[in-house]
Design a protein around this ligand. Structure first.
Ligand SMILES: [Fe+2]
Length: 204
């Protein structure tokens, strides 16, 4: 079918400018972080455009095509994980969900108590290197589990749903804390969690 154009979606940068006055995460950090996130949206769109251009030109098998295709995991996940991260924060958030809430029960069902789960999540987030701490849900078993994702793409589990996402790259806290003070940032992150948003992601 000659002349057929490949369809693709151009992504828009989501607006998280309502996030202000967080506890322990400064507005300046957020402002810089929103700009970094915008870069992932732009790069995801650019990758799609370039790869489709090559595909339409019959150049799918080229090294240039392959190298661009390899970048998808980094740019797409960089975009998506930041949207989950900003989406589970709010000014006036809280450190702990209600024990009787669906998310409180789901966490306790798996980890026996909120404290055990939180300690585990915090330890994952404090792992050396840059990446993400993510509470995932297995869509088959509905069971929750904490995971480390290196960079943006290494460690994601195909099909698992991100429920709570924490950026553990240094750009997420370096204006507010020293590199060795990541645990303080993690404590601050917890105090700003929007548990209603987190709960809305649960697969029932
Ligand atoms: Fe980030």
């Amino acid at each position: 079918m000659q002349g057929t154009k490949i369809q693709y979606k151009t992504y828009e940068k989501k607006d998280f400018s309502h996030l202000k006055n967080l506890n322990g995460i400064s507005d300046k950090t957020l402002e810089i972080h929103f700009a970094l996130y915008g870069g992932y949206v732009t790069n995801t769109n650019t990758l799609n455009e370039k790869v489709i251009e090559l595909t339409e030109a019959g150049k799918s098998g080229t090294p240039e095509y392959a190298e661009l295709k390899r970048r998808y995991g980094f740019e797409y996940n960089g975009k998506v994980l930041h949207e989950y991260y900003f989406g589970n924060l709010k000014s006036g958030g809280s450190d702990e969900p209600k024990e009787s809430s669906a998310i409180g029960k789901a966490i306790c069902d798996t980890y026996s108590s909120y404290e055990v789960w939180k300690n585990d999540f915090m330890k994952v987030g404090a792992m050396r290197g840059v990446g993400w701490a993510i509470l995932f849900q297995d869509p088959d078993t509905k069971v929750l589990s904490n995971h480390w994702v290196t960079l943006h793409e290494e460690g994601n589990i195909a099909g698992f749903k991100p429920i709570l996402v924490m950026d553990a790259w240094e750009h997420a806290f370096l204006l507010d804390y020293k590199p060795a003070e990541r645990p303080k940032y993690i404590e601050a992150f917890f105090s700003n969690i929007d548990w209603a948003a987190v709960e809305s992601r649960l697969i029932k």
